[in-house]
Design a protein around this ligand. Structure first.
Ligand code: PGA
Length: 253
């Protein structure tokens, strides 16, 4: 059984390098106590180097990457620069980037392809904006198909799909975590879509994780009832104590 993976998405937090390094140190301490879980921290770009210096067992992630290696792209941070920083995992297509920063399916596809081609683990976020009833809306299937268009099958071992229903993200108004039962249905649905694209072998083996208001209290049910192979954790990754508890519970599943 592969290890469960917990990815801390710090988003645009904290405010200073000092706080970022402090949080990284505390997280690293928790990771060293709860072995058997693969842990990634994705801090804001300016803190990558400082956070990296505090990590030993914890892997370094990024929240975004540009698909070209370098050139005239003001404000972008490229996969090549991230490689130089020893970043191993990159979050792609997060709903906050899709919704607030105009990231398109085409851009996400370019990012996924560039990252996988260059040896990163791409953490592709998909998820619907709204759900009424039990049926999974088409939206996630569409996001998967467009993001994975033209990706070579042999590279998919480095893909992680994060199912993140937008309405479940803790900072969205009126948010609530998904139920483990719905997350399980989404898990099956995602695997069906991936099977349709790349065959059953990949549909079965691709890693699927859950994100959206995950915390120490609900992580176990997503991993057991939801059959998720890990989680993408936003708000709860900013509190070192709670995050340590979350890792502890993950380590015993
Ligand atoms: P949340 O964020 O855990 O605060 O809901 C998850 C995410 O947006 O990646």
């Amino acid at each position: 059984m592969p290890k469960k993976i917990i990815i801390a998405n710090w988003k645009t937090n904290p405010a200073t390098m000092r706080e970022a390094v402090e949080l990284a140190r505390k997280t690293e301490f928790a990771v060293s106590r709860h072995r058997g879980v693969e842990v990634v921290i994705a801090p804001p770009f300016p803190f990558l180097a400082g956070v990296a210096s505090a990590l030993k067992r914890t892997k370094l992630g990024a929240q975004n990457a540009f698909w070209e290696d370098m050139g005239p792209y003001t404000g972008e941070v490229s996969w090549r620069q991230l490689k130089d920083m020893k970043v191993s995992h990159v979050i792609v297509g997060h709903s906050e980037r899709r919704l607030f920063l105009g990231e398109t399916d085409e851009m996400i596809n370019k990012k996924v392809r560039a990252l996988l081609e260059h040896g990163f683990t791409a953490v592709l976020c998909v998820g619907e904006r709204e759900r009424s009833g039990g049926e999974m809306p088409e939206e996630a299937a569409h996001q998967l198909k467009s993001a994975l268009a033209g990706v070579r099958k042999s590279l998919l071992k480095n893909l992680i799909i994060a199912y993140e229903p937008v309405w479940a993200i803790s900072t969205m108004p009126g948010s609530r975590a998904d139920t483990p039962e719905n997350a399980f249905q989404a898990n099956v649905y995602i695997r069906k879509v991936v099977s349709g694209l790349f065959g059953r072998g990949i549909g079965t083996s691709v890693r699927v994780i859950y994100g959206g208001s995950v915390n120490a209290q609900n992580i176990t049910s997503f991993l057991t009832d939801g059959r998720m192979q890990g989680a993408l954790v936003g708000g709860a990754s900013l509190d070192a104590e709670g995050f340590s508890d979350l890792l502890k519970r993950t380590s015993v599943v």
